[in-house]
Design a binder for this molecule. Structure first.
Ligand code: GLP
Length: 250
């Protein structure tokens, strides 16, 4: 379950090659995408690969995990902006195929229901990419989120706002709420890959490793999924027993 790579770049290169091949084999793929610093090397590698050897992406559909409430898509810290900047604009993906929850709609509850329904209507997620928060959140599913949750509004924990505050000028500017895919939506994906890199993720990786399947550790829900890989670098693997790790050295 825990696959260890020598560096964040090695994970990016491995997963970008894997994604490239999957899209090549199945151009109609439905891809679940994540944001955060962890994904940046992967998106940069994938964008470069696709620029060097273009594929027809017109049938590809993507769904992002989450979005802040009250940040419009043109706000530089919105996830819509992040995705355009790191991936969508480079790949030429249009809004009709590259979906994010709308954090500035008038009826948020209707938006939540519609988002889960849109994923089901697309045939479900074939492959879900995930990062992880230092408190174990996946998407924005904070500790104690029910494992049977669908897309919902979440009040962000202090821990998450502090972690994500590094992207904002003032802590007061960090949104207090977000829309996130629920844990059940994530578990419905056919294949899941969680990525964690850096020494600051070593503690949460150890917590996840030792955790039973329990709502106090949202990412532990993934332990019940039949097709989950957790890709980490040496730094993030530092506190997991060495004999439990599978090394990927290419
Ligand atoms: C945010 C996102 C998560 C992401 C997490 C980790 O809270 N909602 O989806 O996994 O940040 O981000 P980073 O990769 O920057 O550590």
């Amino acid at each position: 379950m825990f696959f260890v790579f020598p560096s964040a770049e090695a994970i990016a290169s491995y997963l970008s090659q894997e994604l490239y091949q999957k899209i090549q084999l199945n151009p109609c793929m439905v891809l679940g995408l994540a944001t955060g610093s962890t994904m940046e090397p992967l998106y940069a590698d994938l964008a470069k690969r696709l620029q060097q050897q273009p594929l027809d992406l017109s049938q590809l559909t993507t769904f992002n995990l989450d979005e802040y409430i009250k940040l419009p898509p043109e706000h530089p810290q919105s996830y819509a902006y992040y995705m355009r900047q790191h991936l969508f604009d480079v790949l030429g993906l249009c809004p009709q195929q590259a979906h994010l929850p709308n954090g500035v709609c008038t009826d948020i509850q209707a938006e939540c229901r519609a988002y889960s329904a849109k994923i089901s209507a697309a045939g479900g997620l074939d492959y879900q990419l995930l990062g992880i928060g230092t408190n174990g959140h996946i998407g924005f599913n904070e500790p104690l989120t029910p494992f049977d949750s669908l897309t919902h509004v979440v009040q962000l924990s202090e821990n998450t706002r502090l972690d994500n505050g590094r992207f904002f000028d003032n802590f007061a500017d960090v949104p207090t709420h977000a829309i996130t895919l629920g844990i059940q939506d994530i578990l419905n994906a056919k294949e899941i890959v969680l990525v964690a890199t850096g020494a600051h993720k070593a503690q949460v990786m150890a917590d996840l490793f030792h955790s039973p399947i329990d709502e106090s550790m949202p990412a532990s829900a993934l332990k019940q999924h039949p097709n989950i890989r957790i890709c980490i670098d040496d730094a993030a693997a530092a506190q997991i027993p060495a004999d439990q790790l599978q090394h990927v050295r290419e």
